[in-house]
Ligand binder design. Sequence first.
Ligand SMILES: *[C@@H]1O[C@H](CO)[C@@H](O)[C@H](O)[C@H]1NC(C)=O
Ligand SMILES: *[C@@H]1O[C@H](CO)[C@@H](O)[C@H](O)[C@H]1NC(C)=O
Length: 341
Amino acid sequence: MHRNYQLTIRSFFKLFLGSEYLVIFLTSLGCATLFFTGWIVSIKVHNIYDENCNERWIHLNTTELKNALHARVYGEHIAVKTVLNHLNAHFITENPPKALVFSFHGGPGTGKTLITKILVNHLYKKGFKSQFVHMVVATRDFSHEQTTDQDKIKLRKLIEDKIKQCGQSIFIFDEADKLSPDILNILKPYLDHHEHIDNIDYRKAIFIFLSNTAGPLLNKHMIDFWRDGKTRDEINLKDLENIIANTAVNTAGSGYYKSDLISHHLITAFIPFLPIEKEHVVHCIKHHLVAKGHYDTPINKIEEIAQQLQFYPNETDKMFSATGCKRVEEKVDFIMGEDQS
Ligand SMILES: *[C@@H]1O[C@H](CO)[C@@H](O)[C@H](O)[C@H]1NC(C)=O
Ligand SMILES: *[C@@H]1O[C@H](CO)[C@@H](O)[C@H](O)[C@H]1NC(C)=O
């Protein structure tokens, strides 16, 4: 009896000890499962929210881009059409023959920056916050009189590092006409038809050069056209391409035109931006009014805002806006603010 009792206690203890191990075992298992689930979930979440170089984050929907350009860019039919066609061609093939290189020309406020912004916001889900969108501003990033070796290394490194990270990167060169030929020539191999350079493929990239230099010549051409009684829609890309080419010859001070990018035909397309007319300015005014919550603004108010802007060729013939759509927003604020005060 006594012995049996001892045995029972011992086996009870064993059972108890056993179950303690079991509890520890199950708890550890639970923790491990929880940990791994958390880990996998966090990877999934990262994949959803972290930008990657894939179609989820970079893609072209031509319909959407076309609608946005038509809704927001006024009077630049040649630019809109040409940009859309080239983008389409670039995105339609898996392996484009070379990087897409746009050279935008025109005076201030004609829409060069606007089209660039719309394009970036449509191609990249994160827009200008995307790690694949790179902006180079000539006077900010390369402001020395003389191009140094450091400048060249800096630019080469930017292009190589960023394209290694993602082939479908975009590089925007603002004030391109202020860059020296030495700097611009650094870009030559990346814009050409090379399949690979050190195992990196540069052909999916997009480069956009923005410049004001041809502005005055384009404006003069438009005034001539208008005096001849021709309409804006009759102007074609060929006429204007010649003007840009002439600028190249006539603009001794601009390194952009002297660089190999032009002479080696590395620019996919020269895109002219025409000086905009009063009716286009009125579109801009209406856009900014609505954006600021002023709906149904009477026509005389819109006219009053337009009066604040400069037009040329002269006071009698107020044909083209001197500043394009650039100063429209501040004029809208000024005139509408006067009413409230
Ligand atoms: C492009 O966008 C339009 C409008 O948002 C949509 O209807 C269409 O399905 C999209 N096309 C593709 C290929 O995603
Ligand atoms: C303005 O330009 C037109 C030609 O475009 C000319 O006929 C007119 O005389 C000019 N007016 C003034 C005030 O200069």
